[in-house]
Design a protein around this ligand. Structure first.
Ligand code: MN
Length: 204
């Protein structure tokens, strides 16, 4: 148990994560020229909550970040990846280690490691997700055309897609249209991990 606790411990400094989220949300809203009212309308996250996040007073859950990313039509990576993370494919192979980059926004029961941040040329981002026991999330639809590929790497994860839950174990994978309601849960008593490759349609 102790080993498994250590294995899933978040490695990124939560304050740094919050500051990064706050700065990126402010910049994104400024670039769009959106008021807080407009941003609340687009994301479905309250104006008060958006203001608190921008001021670094509130630590959003992954679910909230996903709603914000959806409203702004940007990737989740945009909020979570450290600014230094190289997004563009270069000559040098890029080695990433999930254990060094797991973040746990808002002490949520989900940890996220942005293994390969979104690259517009490739159209996808790849996360390792750790679902702690009891975690359940029903996700709002992402932007039109977004497709998720979930591959379970340890434990069991139930994925809801196409109107029903399916139980997946290590090595099992599912692909689904993520522009409609879907969900994830860990009904077991140990942490479970998966890889989630999120593909975004080409921007017109
Ligand atoms: Mn999703």
């Amino acid at each position: 148990m102790i080993e498994s606790e250590a294995r899933i411990a978040p490695s990124a400094d939560p304050d740094a994560v919050n500051r990064g989220v706050a700065a990126r949300l402010r910049a994104l809203r400024r670039d769009r020229g959106w008021s807080l009212d407009r941003a609340a309308l687009e994301t479905g996250v309250s104006k008060a909550m958006l203001g608190q996040i921008e001021r670094g007073e509130s630590s959003p859950t992954v679910a909230t970040l996903w709603k914000i990313a959806g409203g702004f039509h940007c990737s989740l990576t945009h909020f979570l990846a450290e600014p230094a993370a190289p997004a563009v494919v270069g000559a040098e192979p890029l080695v990433r280690r999930a254990r060094t980059m797991r973040v746990r926004p808002a002490s949520d029961d989900m940890l996220v490691a942005p293994l390969f941040p979104f690259d517009p040329a490739l159209g996808f981002e790849l996360f390792e997700l750790t679902l702690l026991p009891g975690y359940v999330r029903l996700s709002e639809p992402h932007a039109a055309g977004v497709v998720e590929h979930v591959v379970v790497t340890s434990g069991r994860i139930d994925v809801r897609a196409g109107g029903r839950w399916r139980s997946l174990g290590p090595g099992d994978a599912i692909r689904f249209a993520a522009d409609r309601p879907h969900g994830y849960r860990n009904a077991g008593s140990d942490p479970a991990t998966c890889l989630d490759l999120i593909h975004y349609p080409a921007q017109p």
